[in-house]
Write a protein that binds this ligand. Structure first.
Ligand SMILES: *[C@@H]1O[C@H](CO)[C@@H](O)[C@H](O)[C@H]1NC(C)=O
Ligand SMILES: *[C@@H]1O[C@H](CO)[C@@H](O)[C@H](O)[C@H]1NC(C)=O
Ligand SMILES: *[C@@H]1O[C@H](CO)[C@@H](O)[C@H](O)[C@H]1NC(C)=O
Ligand SMILES: *[C@@H]1O[C@H](CO)[C@@H](O)[C@H](O)[C@H]1NC(C)=O
Length: 349
């Protein structure tokens, strides 16, 4: 089919599309759309739909253009190009995945309060993801070894990046940081205690039998997920994500002995494991969560990061505390305000 529409109208249609994918699909529907899409307007059209789908684009630009030649807080402007659009879309997809995770973790216990995020809340969440990610890229790397983390000039450089953001934007980052920590502490590196509780909740009838004598290798069924945690049943998308998560332990760790091997310690030991792992960026954490169900796989991935990674906790939290103090605030108060939903990605009235 070929529609005879004025160029301005077709351009306008392209500029009203909500996603990059829909712009690409429309471009392939007919020759005149294709022609306009491939005209000089192309990058503009893609930028526009990427902005709606993944924005704020400026924060992704700061993330993907960062390299060690410049302090992270310097502003970087780059011309629009196909390569840049591809990078924006790639980072954008990572942030979108955190939108779903956020909703479940934010109201993990208070699931009556759970709801979909508004367009603006999703925008704030993505912005926080890009900014935390830039912090990771700039300061959680081989140039930032453990012994140098408290040196004043190093602290100041980290603080300079956070000083680019308002205190309420920092609260959004703190909010999202806590959600990421929840994923790291419970999904990537579950404590021994958590695995024990999971095991007992899943197989209550076997709790009093000698653990080594049970045969549990029957295949997982959908009904077991629903029965075990029915507050998740309302969204099919969510239940499929939850399902994938459950399978991390389901498939290869159904035997209690294996559950034991999958644990990352308890209390202080587990706390330090999580501190280390929080140096991973939002994309790496999603990757490990989806592709590395076994502890040994996560350990192998982290070993590949290099020696600097080990025993070297994340520095966002302490830098944030430093910045808040410089602004005359109190970190504990900010944390409490985020928990009370007075500030952060979601603010309740
Ligand atoms: C590093 O970033 C600067 C500023 O954005 C840029 O001019 C330079 O080409 C980049 N260097 C590399 C190796 O990518
Ligand atoms: C961050 O703040 C510095 C100093 O105030 C400013 O020069 C720079 O442009 C800001 N960077 C961004 C990305 O806004
Ligand atoms: C879940 O779905 C059921 C039926 O579709 C509906 O009655 C109920 O209100 C929903 N619960 C929540 C918390 O949205
Ligand atoms: C379970 O273990 C088998 C063999 O050890 C392995 O091939 C498979 O990929 C594992 N599955 C998961 C989900 O880890």
């Amino acid at each position: 089919m070929d529609l005879l529409l004025p160029t301005e109208i077709v351009t306008h249609i392209f500029l009203s599309l909500p996603t990059v994918t829909s712009a690409l699909s429309l471009a392939s529907t007919c020759r005149s759309f294709h022609a306009i899409f491939h005209s000089s307007k192309r990058l503009l059209i893609l930028q526009h739909s990427a902005k709606i789908e993944f924005g704020p684009l400026d924060d992704i630009v700061q993330l993907v253009t960062h390299n060690a030649s410049q302090p992270a807080h310097f502003r970087r402007d780059v011309p629009l190009s196909d390569a840049l659009i591809r990078q924006l879309v790639k980072a954008g997809h990572v942030a979108r995945q955190w939108e779903d995770i956020y909703m479940y973790r934010k109201w993990k216990h208070d699931y009556v309060a759970r709801r979909l995020l508004s367009t603006f809340e999703r925008f704030k969440l993505r912005r926080a993801i890009y900014r935390l990610w830039l912090f990771d890229r700039a300061f959680h790397n081989i140039a930032h070894v453990r012994y140098a983390r408290t040196r004043l000039e190093v602290v100041r450089e980290r603080a300079a990046l956070l000083h680019n953001y308002t205190t309420s934007e920092l609260a959004e980052m703190l909010d999202v940081h806590a959600i990421i920590r929840d994923v790291v502490a419970n999904d990537l590196c579950p404590s021994n205690g958590r695995l024990r509780r999971k095991y007992q909740a899943r197989y209550p009838e076997t709790a009093h039998q000698p653990l080594f004598s049970i045969h549990l290798n029957y295949p997982p069924t959908a009904s077991r997920f629903i029965a075990s945690d029915n507050q998740y049943h309302n969204s099919t998308l969510a239940s499929s994500k939850y399902h994938a998560q459950q399978q991390r332990w389901q498939e290869n760790s159904t035997h209690p002995a294996e559950f034991g091997l999958e644990g990352w310690g308890d209390d202080i030991g587990h706390y330090y494991v999580v501190e280390d792992m929080m140096k991973l960026d939002p994309e790496q954490i999603l990757y490990l969560r989806e592709h590395c169900p076994a502890k040994s796989q996560v350990e192998a991935y982290v070993a590949g990061m290099g020696m600097w990674f080990e025993n070297n906790g994340e520095t966002f939290s302490e830098t944030l505390a430093f910045v808040i103090k410089q602004r005359g605030g109190e970190m504990e108060e900010l944390k409490a305000a985020v928990e009370a939903e007075e500030v952060g990605v979601v603010v309740s009235d």
